[in-house]
Design a protein around this ligand. Structure first.
Ligand code: BMA
Length: 942
């Protein structure tokens, strides 16, 4: 926010930092953008990027960035060089300062910066904050030219690749053709996914993507503030939410100095909300234009409340302001950060100290309380960072919080997210597993590259360190596995790549991180074996070991609704299945001829090798694939069935991981401590693992997440003829007096045909097997589910209820298990209808909450409601045993019953079973013993 543009002493406010050095009004500067041969000249936007500018100027005339084949049609943009030019003012007041600099918070990516045609600096890393001294280059004039000349990122990356390859190749040499991308992302320090990914398009952006300032100062500018708080007394392992311990606080202040070395004197004041203030005179040492100051103080008992992750308590946040005033009181600089008080630990103790072969824990303790991490993985919300609004970021993170997520992994192929992202995570109690931005590749380890990474890590860790939400730092995504399992053909030169790996991720990323932030755990890769990987020389024999660290598990070949081979990992940091977004979302960027599962467009937008085949296989294992008749109905059915497959598959796998929380097998497997599915959000309208479509529409999976991540769940698992019933609780208190009811239903009868009841007391933070019911003996399916020509399991299904004894209200969401396969044909056709819509009413979730009355004439599976309006249903994709249910619709904006009525649709599974549906040839799971889940990854980026 610009608050004033004075000619001499200027006050400038951007989010939380204030300085009263001389700063020009950078947000009012106008820019032009020109390509290499000057055939295109348009006005430029800063912060921003070239694609956005060219779209705005109608140079890109093919419509929306993501429209149809625009990722190919607009590729030329990234293949050209582009220059952003503006005029900047150098007045006497500015130039009278000891130091005058251009500060760029982010340049994307390879650039030369020129003032009055003289190079003042270069950039090779999107994630570095650059400071270029310009005092000697500026004239006392209003028309100093400032040019930022960007080299095509595609060309730059190729050049770097070639230079490196003259020594040895750092693979992969290109992305898999399925992702329709650009080669050599690993040779440029920018968003790796901007060169394409298996869920996203290639739009290698360029531009001045973050704020910039022209600043003159004589002493110090506060750049970043470090915060740590250690409780004065040890915290109990059973939480006491009234506890307000004392804290020993450390505040470190990083400053950019006006002089290269020496001492600068002044006063520092530190204020913690209205709790504590400290003023101190200081004579600070300057080295390489930087100064650091450290302050410690103690808060008293009772002064601050503790911060808790989502689901475990509240998230009180406190402002800390640091104000620097030079000794002549002629210059000040300040910064405010918002902090929380908590402890966080990644515990990797041996599971059994008397038998170390059983491996190590990998569990998170916050405020000394062990918590199961429930969440998902985050990818960039748009391929152009400038297109992501704070509102959309908040919407997505809120959707995670609303589905009981307490953890999110910011995945290493995107960007270090915006300040707003982490501020919102702090507010919502979502712990952040923060990867550094290296993914699915080998990376160079030459001196220039390492130096650039050193600056990147310093910039980012200093910027993000104070966020209470950050749980852990991790150097890279899957590069330990890639090296160990030879994904990119590195085995013939393994030692070289291993040495490079250690130089980059251990000696550089880890060491620099720990220099800046000693308060958090660090893992070198995800997945890794944590401490065990380190002890094995950083490239473990099996980075996906079930006994150590985290694991990524993808298996598209087994029956995903059974998941028979799912590993009992310590911490599942990635797992998932694809689906397509809804037709409503696809329609934004496609036309009628694309609306066919076999259309060229669908293959164009399917970036995962074999993705279409895998999806059809999985749909076909349980349901009928729609006929390939080119009809819109078949296409919509296909999209819907894919979302059903994904929702049930991830529900199955997540429940398995949650069931593992209290399990310890003889071989040491068990004590699973986290389940972060892949992936929360989408970058565009394409096939992906996301639970939320691009734009915000919830897929069926996201509705399922709200149930399978509930603090207390019942989970049902069928092993041969046994039904195992588990009750899993993340609650920190015992729940007594609940009744568990297990109902056996036939698809053709409204009421349960058999039932099992028991009353229970649910132990806190445990997952326990509470009953094993034999389907034949206890539930008598031979008899009750008998139907000629059908297997009994195809005739019946199970529903669980957990209710309180006192008033019968639900203590856990109802759950279900289909004993057989819906495709085997017994399920009678159901007609599901929206009988009425009423409202709006005001609820805590929306001022426009509508009640949708849904009716049916038979038991209905996967009842799915859709409307044009943006909003969320109170339930969706559900199993409807009743003949009528009321579902709420929480609209995001004002709307009417009429508007909803005109767009609402509802369907259930049997609506997809029309004449001509195809029973997929693969009637049983394809279980190939030679197949390893990582084989899928091997064909990802070769
Ligand atoms: C994981 C991620 C991504 C990828 C996803 C799905 O490996 O780290 O690289 O998009 O799987 O394949």
């Amino acid at each position: 926010m610009q608050v004033g543009c004075l000619s001499t002493l200027v006050v400038w406010v951007i989010s939380w930092s204030v300085l009263t050095a001389h700063t020009t009004c950078t947000s009012q500067t106008s820019w032009t953008l020109t390509n290499g041969n000057a055939s295109v000249e348009v006005s430029g936007t800063v912060p921003g990027g070239v694609y956005s500018d060219l779209l705005l100027a109608d140079v890109l005339t093919g419509g929306d960035l993501y429209y149809r084949y625009n990722d190919l049609d607009y590729r030329w943009v990234a293949e050209e060089n582009w220059t952003y030019t503006s005029l900047i003012t150098g007045d006497a007041a500015l130039l009278g300062h000891e130091r005058v600099a251009l500060i760029f918070e982010g340049l994307d990516t390879a650039a030369r910066v020129l003032v009055n045609d003289e190079v003042v600096g270069t950039s090779d890393n999107m994630f570095v904050r650059y400071i270029y001294d310009v005092k000697q280059h500026l004239k006392e004039s209003e028309d100093n030219t400032l040019q930022v000349e960007f080299e095509s990122p595609v060309e730059y990356a190729a050049r770097q690749y070639e230079a490196q390859a003259a020594d040895y190749v750092v693979p992969p040499t290109c992305v898999d053709p399925a992702s329709k991308g650009v080669c050599h992302a690993n040779h440029i320090r920018k968003m790796q996914a901007s060169f394409s990914w298996d869920w996203g398009p290639a739009f290698p952006n360029l531009g001045i993507w973050k704020e910039w300032h022209l600043t003159g100062w004589n002493t110090l500018l506060v750049s970043d503030v470090f915060f740590s708080a250690v409780p004065g007394t040890s915290l109990p392992s059973v939480p006491d939410h009234d506890l307000k311990p004392s804290w020993i606080v450390t505040v470190k202040v990083w400053c950019d100095a006006a002089v290269e070395s020496g001492y600068i004197a002044g006063n520092v004041s530190i204020t913690l909300a209205n709790i504590y203030t400290q003023h101190q005179f200081i004579n600070v040492t300057v080295k390489d234009y930087e100064a650091q100051m450290t302050f410690t103080f103690t808060t008293d008992e009772g002064q601050v409340e503790m911060w808790w992750p989502n689901g475990y308590g509240s998230q009180p946040l406190y402002d800390i302001t640091v104000l620097w005033t030079d000794e002549n009181q002629s210059e000040t600089s300040s910064k405010s950060i918002r902090v929380g008080f908590r402890t966080v630990e990644l515990n990797q103790d041996f599971v059994d100290s008397s038998d170390e072969t059983k491996g190590r824990h990998f569990r998170v303790l916050v405020n000394n309380v062990t918590m199961f991490m429930k969440g998902s993985n985050w990818i960039p919300a748009h391929v152009l960072p400038e297109s992501v609004t704070v509102d959309y970021t908040r919407y997505l993170l809120q959707a995670a919080a609303d589905t009981h997520q307490n953890c999110m992994r910011v995945w290493g192929g995107g960007i270090y997210e915006s300040d707003a992202f982490y501020e919102i995570a702090d507010e919502l109690g979502i712990l952040i597993w923060e990867d550094f931005m290296f993914a699915c590749s080998m990376y160079p380890a030459n001196q220039n590259f390492l130096e650039s990474v050193r600056r990147e890590v310093t910039t980012q860790v200093r910027r993000l360190q104070h966020h209470v939400s950050i749980l852990i730092w991790a150097s890279n995504n899957e590069n330990e596995s890639a090296l160990r399992d030879n994904w990119y053909g590195t085995s013939s030169n393994f030692e070289q790549y291993k040495a490079d790996y250690i130089l980059l991720y251990v000696d550089t990323v880890r060491n620099v991180t720990q220099d800046v932030d000693g308060t958090r755990s660090f893992v070198v890769s995800s997945p890794s074996n944590g401490i065990e990987s380190e002890e094995e020389g950083y490239i473990a024999e099996n980075p996906s070991s079930t006994l150590y660290g985290d694991a990524h598990y993808y298996n598209y070949m087994d029956d995903a609704w059974i998941g028979a081979n799912t590993p009992r990992t310590r911490f599942a940091s990635e797992y998932g299945f694809q689906s397509w977004p809804s037709l409503k979302t696809l329609k934004e960027v496609t036309i009628e001829e694309d609306w066919n599962s076999e259309s060229p467009m669908m293959y164009h937008r399917q970036h995962h090798p074999g993705g279409q085949e895998e999806l059809s296989l999985q749909i076909g294992l349980h349901m009928h694939l729609p006929p390939d008749d080119g009809s819109l109905k078949s296409f919509e059915d296909y999209l819907y069935l894919g979302q059903i497959h994904q929702a049930v598959a991830i529900k199955t796998e997540t429940e398995f991981y949650r069931r593992g929380m209290s399990v310890l097998e003889d071989n040491g497997e068990g004590y699973t401590s986290g389940a972060l599915y892949w992936q929360l959000n989408d970058i565009w309208q394409g096939a992906s693992w996301a639970s939320i479509e691009y734009g915000g529409r919830w897929k069926m999976l996201h509705y399922y997440a709200r149930k399978f991540f509930s603090p207390l769940i019942v989970s049902l698992s069928q092993v041969n003829d046994d039904l195992n019933v588990y009750v899993i609780s993340d609650l920190l208190e015992e729940v007594s007096d609940v009744v568990l009811k297990i109902d056996l239903y036939r698809y053709d009868q409204r009421h349960e045909v058999a039932s099992y009841n028991t009353s229970l007391t649910v132990s806190p933070s445990e997952g326990n097997l509470v009953a094993t019911l034999n389907l034949l003996q206890d539930l008598d399916i031979d008899n009750l589910c008998k139907e000629e020509e059908y297997d009994q399991k195809d005739v019946c299904f199970i529903v669980s209820h957990l209710t309180t004894v006192t008033d019968g209200s639900p203590a856990a969401p109802d759950n279900f298990l289909l004993l057989g396969k819906p495709k085997n044909g017994y399920i009678p056709h159901a007609t599901v209808m929206v009988e009425s819509i009423s409202g709006p009413e005001t609820t805590s979730k929306s001022n426009w909450t509508f009640t949708v009355k849904v009716t049916n004439d038979a038991i209905s599976l996967f009842v799915w409601l859709e409307v044009d309006e943006s909003g969320v249903f109170s339930d969706n994709g559900f199993l409807m045993t009743e003949s009528q249910v009321d579902i709420l619709f929480y609209s995001l904006s004002e709307t009417t019953v009429d508007a909803l009525q005109s767009s609402i649709t509802v369907k259930s599974l049997t609506d997809t079973y029309s004449e001509g549906t195809v029973v997929h040839p693969a009637t049983e799971a394809v279980v190939d013993d030679s197949f390893h889940p990582n084989d899928i990854r091997n064909i990802l980026f070769v």
